[in-house]
Design a protein around this ligand. Structure first.
Ligand SMILES: [Ca+2]
Length: 106
């Protein structure tokens, strides 16, 4: 049957294309600097939806060059200053890491 051979061909093509697609996706990620930053869910060990300073420091101290740097980074990301990072705070900081906002105290 010609139909079955066509299906075979499509399957074959997909099998061949898949590794390339995976490679392309990986390459894409490598181009981003964000790659060094672990995903929110990975950092949020307790899965409570927020990142505590301990969780943040544990996950990033090596990449940021030490605990002190990680703590400073945490404070920078904690925009509302409640001592925890929401997903929004964490991801906003990761994508816009060049902009450093200072907390406006009174
Ligand atoms: Ca916060």
């Amino acid at each position: 049957m010609k139909v079955s051979s066509r299906i075979l061909l499509v399957t074959l093509a997909a099998t061949i294309a898949l590794p390339f697609a995976a490679m392309a996706a990986k390459g894409d990620r490598k181009n981003k600097k964000d790659d060094a930053t672990p995903a929110f869910a990975t950092v949020d060990k307790s899965s409570d939806g927020t990142i505590s300073p301990d969780e943040f420091v544990a996950a990033t101290k090596e990449k940021l060059g030490g605990e002190e740097n990680a703590k400073k980074r945490f404070e920078t990301l904690d925009k509302d200053g409640n001592g925890k990072l929401s997903k929004e705070e964490y991801e906003a900081g990761n994508t816009g890491s060049k902009k450093k906002r200072k907390k406006s105290g009174n």
